[in-house]
Ligand binder design. Structure first.
Ligand SMILES: [Zn+2]
Length: 98
């Protein structure tokens, strides 16, 4: 099965979890490498999608779309890191020497 890059799941993650996957960093629970989830390998089927590590092909996330609910398994991720919405505002604060 041919894979896409993680960007292919941007809309699905945003609709399901409210997470912009292209702006997140994840750590693979299998090989412990840290990388942009947009670079992971996405496999899309009619009922959902699987996100696999680009380094070890370990499963990072599975999303299954049922008629009345969505099942999300993120157990393959050690963590996901994302900037806080206010982080951009803080970084623009003027520097005040002490
Ligand atoms: Zn991995």
């Amino acid at each position: 099965m041919t894979h896409l890059d993680g960007n292919a799941l941007a809309g699905l993650f945003d609709d399901t979890l409210g997470i912009e996957i292209t702006a997140t960093i994840g750590r693979c629970g299998s090989c412990h490498r840290t990388f942009e989830l947009a670079r992971a390998h996405a496999f899309v089927t009619a009922i959902g999608a699987v996100l696999r590590c680009a380094h070890c092909q370990g499963m990072l996330a599975v999303i299954v779309q049922k008629p009345d609910e969505v099942l999300v398994n993120l157990s393959g991720l050690a963590y996901v890191a994302m900037a806080r919405p206010s982080a951009g505002l803080r970084s623009r604060a003027p520097y005040t020497p002490v």
